[in-house]
Design a protein around this ligand. Structure first.
Ligand code: URA
Length: 187
């Protein structure tokens, strides 16, 4: 299916940043500010993400940030499974080009691309490999954590765990990485 979200959105929000660090952040969908600016995570959730990144010494310009859908859903509703699947071509292309060391999924929609039927409350804050050998680090979504102090604390702790993982886990060799077309993604 071709994704219809572009009809109501102002512009595409393809993602931005760099593959330099090997760290790839995958969020849910552009919101109002992202739709206006054409950049991911530039609203309130983005400010919190910037704080979390700075808190573990990561420069936003050195990581790559994108979403499971690349146009804003109307009224900021959740993206639908078909819309998410239709956007897979871009996720695959990004993974193919950037070949990240770790994919940090922000929220349940991004986690669901790799672990179908899993619960984010159960698996957040620790790295987990997919059957294809991708390393996924699921964390809660910064927007969800903005107004819930318990989630906020959990997200800060997850970023601390991410920093530890980045400092201690061996960096995989190129040859161990799978071609993107062989990567399994779920709706
Ligand atoms: N929330 C997301 O999931 N993505 C954005 O780009 C902004 C807010």
């Amino acid at each position: 299916m071709a994704c219809p979200l572009h009809r109501s959105a102002r512009q595409a929000v393809p993602g931005e940043g760099s593959g330099e660090s090997g760290i790839f952040f995958l969020g849910e969908a552009p919101g109002y500010h992202e739709d206006v600016q054409g950049k991911p995570f530039v609203g309130a959730a983005g400010q919190f993400l910037d704080e979390l990144l700075a808190g573990i010494g990561l420069d936003r310009r050195k990581v790559f940030i994108t979403n499971v859908v690349r146009h804003r859903p109307p009224e900021n509703r959740d993206p639908l499974p078909d819309e998410i699947t239709a956007c897979d071509i871009w996720l695959r292309r990004h993974l193919e080009v950037l070949r990240p060391r770790v994919i940090v999924t922000l929220g349940r929609h991004a986690m669901g691309k790799f672990f179908v039927g899993e619960s984010i409350s159960r698996i957040h804050g620790k790295p987990r490999k997919t059957a294809d050998g991708l390393v996924i680090f699921p964390v809660f979504h910064p927007a969800a954590a903005l107004h819930q102090p318990a989630l906020r604390d959990a997200l800060v702790a997850d970023f601390a765990a991410l920093a530890l993982f980045l400092a201690t886990a061996p960096v995989p060799k190129e040859a161990e990485k799978k071609p993107a077309e062989q990567i399994t993604l779920f709706g």
